[in-house]
Design a protein around this ligand. Structure first.
Ligand code: GAP
Length: 686
């Protein structure tokens, strides 16, 4: 029996059991709301107890008898619902009928049937993913036994393998397996790639010339009442009033006339505030709290205008802001700058004058070594220098698990090219990097390439694009940055040569000068230009910078991999399972080996196979505990693509069962071919 319900965010949920606790959320792209019968149903569904989270994968062919809503081209269910919410029940009812399997008819579908291939996305429940990460040893809170350190994370045994694979695959694909003798598809010309590893602490002048010393800050505000600190652009506010009721507070700014900061005032309407990435309902609860109202009065709140962020409102309006969790209006300080670089002192006798910084990006290590790389290798333009390493940013509000941390790892490339080819290279790298994530299993449904608006571009950049992923902690339609691909012109090399650059009145880059006509921050004075011996020209190369975060990529791969479904166990009984569908190249454990039972020579044979796989450099697990179905599920939950079982037939025919995590297909493979078979299967996914 299938029934229909609706989640808070107006997506359709189909109840798949009578216990009211399991929902299947449809985000169909091409299923028309219609009634009919399922003629082919290979649905594997998963469940979730709250409406923020659901996962399903459905493949089904529907025989559509009757369309609901206006006739016309197919439209998505969610579009239909959001367009005409009062039709929910009618649509829902019909979809219930649509999804009701009824008698299965496995013959060829009628003409008006529709094939729905990949329908649904992962769980929207970040809580489940975070719980799995802790339970199975992917990610732990840093210094957890002391209560944790905000903004810092530790990778557990499986997370370490996963993140190492992310880094290795990136380095392999970008550097080691790049063939400079071949023209990559769509690239303007052949090119070379080399690696570099520079130190975390660099000469302080590096950060002065790069702009980080003067410009690398966020605007933040403090709440005097709750003693919390917020990034200005991360606090969402919306004006609200309630039937003449006032909220007490004080002026945080000059109030005109004779009013002074600190003067008490009653506010008839206030700007209620919530941290931006949370759900819309937060503003309502903040408003109810501000006016001291019960939940039942929510409908009588009078909203004025749309929600916006604090950085979009005039400072004079700050007095009427009720900060998140605050009781009174006007508790926010004026916005101020906060430099994100971590400071440290070098040497035992060091003073503040000797302050150095933990690098906030790995990129500068590449720029300052441009000359060394060019002189010590035989690289010719165009060439790229790749580096993986830790970066540190004293983020004001670290949040969303590892997404915004204070210590994180970057995977950056500085690609040096001729200025007249730089636009072509920019476009090529943007597309190349976007494809890389898809090659590793990120669905294009959840990955976007977003070109920056002119107003978002750094002053030296002619183009920047972000590769963004629909992380489950974001609202529907929102994406978080995985990687930026920037055209940086000659800004960095020139800055390190001449001194920190800025734009002059004509929009040209020139060295910024102080009131004495001297550079604000002096460059190295070293020549970082390039002589092209083919064209006999000397110029400062332009730079394309694909800059990715290893932790964000790892988090995206974890979120993408997370699936819940129901699969038959060895007795044919459906069992709920959580399965991490990691791409085989990324999977922390490549294969698991089981003896079916702990006797009749099976453990010995399984141990031999395990040893062979280990000797071939494959990270594997050996498991002889519990029922075989349970062992499979343990491996599914950590994303092991292949399981090998030594059973009763192995002794007679020397074959083992090889089970595929995703297709669940089981085949017999000669035991002495198993290393080769696993290696081939892993490479097939490469
Ligand atoms: N060199 C250019 C640069 O650093 P960015 O956009 O500031 O550019 C590049 O950072 C990537 O580094 C981001 O796309 C993201 O993946 C990662 N990243 C930046 N800040 C981060 C943070 N606080 N936590 C985790 N990853 C971060």
């Amino acid at each position: 029996m299938f029934e229909v319900g609706f989640s808070k965010d107006a997506k359709l949920a189909v109840r798949t059991s009578s216990t009211m606790d399991r929902f299947v959320l449809f985000q169909t792209t091409d299923v028309q709301a219609a009634s009919g019968e399922v003629v082919e149903n290979t649905a594997s569904h998963s469940s979730q107890t709250n409406d923020k989270a659901v996962v399903v994968q459905v493949a089904a062919t529907f025989h559509v008898n009757e369309c609901v809503g206006e006739p016309g081209p197919p439209q998505s269910v969610s579009a239909l619902l959001s367009r005409d919410l009062h039709q929910r029940n009618a649509v829902g009812h019909s979809l219930g009928a649509l999804y009701n399997p009824g008698p299965l008819n496995r013959h060829s579908p009628p003409n008006n049937s529709r094939q729905v291939t990949e329908v649904i996305r992962m769980s929207r429940s970040m809580e489940k993913i975070v719980a799995l990460c802790k339970r199975r040893g992917f990610v732990f809170q840093n210094s957890e036994i002391y209560g944790g350190q905000n903004g810092f994370w530790d990778y557990g045994p499986l997370g370490t393998e996963l993140k190492r694979n992310v880094r290795n695959v990136w380095y392999e694909d970008m550097v080691q397996s790049h063939n400079e003798l071949m023209l990559p598809k769509g690239a303007p010309v052949k090119f070379q790639m080399v690696g570099l590893e520079t130190s975390i602490i660099m000469h302080p002048q590096v950060w002065k010339c790069s702009g980080h010393y003067d410009l690398f800050h966020d605007m933040m505000v403090d709440c005097r009442e709750t003693r919390s600190r917020y990034r200005l652009d991360q606090v969402r506010v919306r004006r609200v009033s309630y039937e003449g009721k006032a909220v007490p507070g004080q002026l945080s700014q000059e109030g005109g006339e004779s009013l002074r900061p600190g003067d008490q005032k009653e506010f008839d309407s206030v700007l209620v505030a919530s941290t931006a990435e949370e759900f819309h309902d937060d503003l309502t609860s903040e408003a109810l709290r501000a006016f001291g109202l019960k939940k039942k009065y929510a409908d009588r709140l009078k909203w004025d205008g749309d929600a916006t962020t604090l950085d979009q409102i005039a400072e004079t309006d700050f007095s009427s802001v009720v900060a998140p969790g605050a009781k009174r209006a006007g508790s926010l300080t004026a916005p101020r700058e906060f430099n994100l670089m971590f400071k440290t002192i070098i040497g035992a006798l060091g003073s503040d004058d000797d302050a150095a910084f933990l690098r906030p990006e790995t990129a500068q290590g590449i720029f300052v070594n441009f000359r060394n790389v060019a002189d010590s290798t035989r690289v010719k333009l165009p060439f790229g220098v790749a580096q993986i390493g830790k970066s540190f940013r004293n983020e004001i509000t670290p949040r969303n698990f590892t997404f915004r941390s204070r210590e994180f790892e970057q995977m950056e490339i500085e690609f040096f090219c001729r200025p007249d080819q730089s636009r072509e290279w920019y476009a090529w790298w943007r597309d190349h990097r976007y494809q890389w994530y898809q090659n590793l299993g990120i669905s294009p449904d959840r990955l976007i390439l977003r070109d920056h608006e002119e107003s978002e571009l750094a002053h030296y950049s002619v183009g920047t694009a972000d590769i963004e992923y629909a992380f489950p902690f974001l609202d529907e339609g929102e994406y978080g940055e995985l990687e930026g691909v920037a055209h940086r012109g000659d800004f960095d090399l020139r800055s390190h040569m001449e001194g920190k650059l800025g734009k002059n009145a004509d929009g040209e880059l020139e060295v910024e000068q102080n009131e004495h006509g001297q550079p604000v921050h002096r460059g190295s004075g070293k020549d970082l230009s390039y002589f092209d011996d083919q064209s006999r020209e000397r110029f400062v190369p332009h730079v394309i910078e694909p800059s990715a975060g290893a932790d964000r990529a790892t988090l995206a791969f974890i979120c993408e991999a997370y699936h819940e479904d129901s699969q038959p166990d060895e007795h044919g009984k459906p069992q709920e399972r959580t399965v991490m569908k990691f791409h085989p190249r990324l999977a922390p454990v490549k294969a698991a080996v089981f003896p079916l039972i702990k006797k009749e020579g099976m453990p010995e044979k399984a141990a031999e196979i395990f040893g062979d796989l280990k000797a071939a450099g494959l990270n594997c697990q050996y498991d002889q505990q519990g029922a075989i179905g349970r062992r499979y599920r343990r491996q599914d939950e950590i994303g092991t693509p292949f399981c090998i079982t030594v059973d009763g037939d192995t002794a007679s025919d020397n074959t083992v069962t090889l089970r595929d995590r995703d297709s669940l297909e089981q085949v017999r493979v000669p035991a002495d071919r198993i290393v080769q078979e696993i290696t081939e299967r892993l490479n097939a996914g490469a």
